[in-house]
Design a protein around this ligand. Structure first.
Ligand code: URP
Ligand code: ZN
Length: 590
């Protein structure tokens, strides 16, 4: 796999701050050389020519990592209404740096029938020329063809992709059905990668949209009405079930509702290897905006899944993030101008989906999470940076301030405030869903790969200076557990003497056989109680876990992420040893 080369060789000393990592805070200076953190300690001397950044009284935190952006949605991406987003890789990453985010994970989404590898190359070529901060890519599986397996394997082994997204919404364009998800999850798992889902039931949404339009609801409120919470929660549960059946780790993107968050939390409680991502929009805004009388205001909030009308949802999602029911945060930044949104002025289904959040994610989470008292600064670092680095497997290169890590650092002023507005943000979009929100928590200085790129309210960036980060497969955060479960959860055959009795229908010499006329009757009648009909082919592996009495345990799948025991096949126990404790056991803990 190609190595990432270092540029912008420079020397920076961040002096007098409080370093805040996900596990602890401590007073220290941080010396950066050639883009890497070279020393952390007290009273470090600045080498000749070094730039000194005064961090006294401020936090020094790992740069934010936005797990979810769309900075290259293009005319041939069916779900983006045949138009390009306004915040592209250049403008988007500039704005990210101004907001304290130093790395993004963007979505490369091939259309149906398109090659994932070809699309990946298009994304790389576009991004490499434009990005001002480092980036990685998720690649979407939008259809299943002869080459899909091979392409997933190549993306994993040669292209640094270790996460694959499936859309359960956007019917007739990029939505995939359960059978494709099952095949894809199996393949993703075989390659040691992570499955991701946009969880909404696309079939139901399609029917709801038709019904609403027929009844005369054409405005943005129809978008919300067509995609109620249970539509999100059902798909979330279904994706988790398929992940469980394939023993594939799963990352649920943009968890937007209380009920979907509950589904994720409950799966995690059962020990399933699931991660949940709330986004800035869902944590900082709500669905009341869809009922705003001004069309442009309501349409400006259209995204999928929608913001929820229950105004307690943002605080609920923040609580889930604080208590580790949810783990990492993105923005799902996918921005269209009001003019672009207006293609749906008479039909809400035509409004291109997406909102901002890339620049404001860090401040919104500080305000609603830390300033509100729901989480401490260490948890803030975990959910805005460290956990993403672990889940997508580039920790400790990023996501932590330690010697040897990339110098992606933010000097954070916890006391300062700023008011978010479209008039002052650095994004190109002409609308901001957080308009007027006053946030404590301001990025004073942003350092990307050792270069000061944001200071005194000024950006100093170079187009194309960001690097693509190759992410290896088998992230320990997920695969330490998955691999062990594969080992201990293999189905165990029951050894027994072969059956030597009669087999129905009995032959003519069988004295106990039914009369021919009776046999014909039996064949027509439903099976009597106790009769064991041959199992219809379910597509599931034949040998499923058995109980002591040899009955198939219908509650257990052949693969279980949730508490199947190594000695299940040995017979009854009075007590159960928990091999896979709820929440899982991992060498790396959040
Ligand atoms: O509304 C959204 N989320 N827009 C971006 C496309 C997607 O669904 O991720
Ligand atoms: Zn998205």
């Amino acid at each position: 796999m190609p190595e990432n080369t270092m540029e912008n060789a420079s020397c920076v000393l961040v002096k007098g701050g409080t370093v805040c990592n996900a596990d602890r805070t401590f007073e220290a200076d941080v010396l950066i050389e050639d883009g890497i953190i070279s020393q952390i300690g007290s009273d470090l001397n600045a080498p000749d020519g070094a730039k000194v950044v005064d961090a006294a009284g401020k936090l020094v935190i790992p740069g934010g990592i936005d797990t979810h952006t769309h900075l290259n949605a293009h005319s041939d991406d069916a779900n983006f209404a045949n138009m390009a987003v306004v915040d592209d890789f250049f403008v988007g990453t500039k704005a990210a740096l101004a907001g304290g985010t130093t790395m993004i994970l963007d979505h490369c989404v091939p259309g149906r029938g398109q090659s994932m590898l070809e699309k990946y190359e298009i994304w790389r070529n576009t991004a490499d020329e434009m990005v001002c901060c480092d980036y990685s890519l998720h690649v979407a599986v939008t259809w299943w063809g002869d080459k899909t397996k091979e392409e997933i394997a190549t993306l994993c082994s040669e292209k640094g992709v270790n996460s694959f997204k499936m859309y359960m919404a956007y019917k007739d364009s990029i939505m995939v059905t359960d059978d494709v998800m099952y095949k894809a999850f199996n393949c993703i798992k075989e390659n040691g990668a992570l499955a991701m889902v946009h969880a909404e039931n696309g079939d139901v949404i399609e029917c709801n949209c038709k019904k609403l339009l027929n009844s005369g609801v054409t405005g943005p409120e129809g978008h919300l009405m067509s995609r109620p919470e249970e539509v999100e929660a059902e798909a979330t549960g279904r994706a988790i079930m398929i992940a469980n059946q394939t023993n594939c780790p799963l990352y649920v993107v943009h968890v937007m509702s209380k009920s979907a968050a509950d589904v994720v939390a409950s799966a995690r409680k059962q020990g399933k290897v699931i991660f949940g991502e709330p986004i800035a929009a869902g944590l900082g805004s709500d669905g009341s905006h869809y009922f705003n009388k001004e069309w442009r205001h309501a349409a400006g909030h259209v995204m999928s899944p929608p913001l929820r009308p229950d105004n307690e949802t943002p605080a609920y999602l923040m609580d889930m993030l604080a208590n580790n029911s949810l783990q990492a945060t993105g923005s799902d930044n996918c921005t269209f101008t009001i003019e672009q949104k207006a293609v749906g002025k008479d039909d809400f289904t035509k409004i291109p989906n997406g909102t901002n959040g890339l620049e404001d994610r860090m401040s919104v989470i500080w305000e609603k999470g830390v300033h509100s008292g729901k989480m401490d600064p260490c948890r803030f670092v975990a959910v805005t940076s460290t956990n993403a680095a672990k889940i997508f497997n580039f920790y400790p290169k990023k996501g932590v301030i330690q010697v040897g890590a990339d110098a992606d650092i933010v000097v954070w002023d916890a006391e300062a405030t700023r008011t978010i507005s479209k008039d002052t943000h650095h994004q190109a979009v002409d609308f901001n869903i957080f308009e007027g929100m006053e946030c404590h928590g301001v990025p004073l200085v942003t350092i990307s790969r050792g270069k000061v790129v944001w200071e005194n309210g000024e950006l100093n960036v170079t187009k194309g200076s960001g690097k693509y980060i190759y992410n290896p497969v088998h992230a320990p955060e997920a695969y330490a557990r998955i691999a062990q479960r594969d080992k201990v959860n293999q189905p165990v055959k029951v050894d027994r003497e072969p059956y030597t009795g009669q087999v129905w229908p009995a032959g003519g010499d069988n004295k106990n056989a039914a009369e021919p006329s009776k046999k014909a009757e039996q064949a027509k009648s439903p099976p009597a109680a106790g009769f064991k009909a041959p199992a219809p082919s379910s597509g599931l592996p034949e040998s499923r876990p058995q109980t002591k009495r040899g009955h198939r345990d219908l509650h257990a799948s052949s693969f279980s992420l949730s508490g199947q025991q190594t000695d299940d096949a040995d017979g009854h126990r009075n007590a159960y040893k928990v091999v896979a404790p709820p929440g899982g056991r991992s060498s790396i803990q959040f």
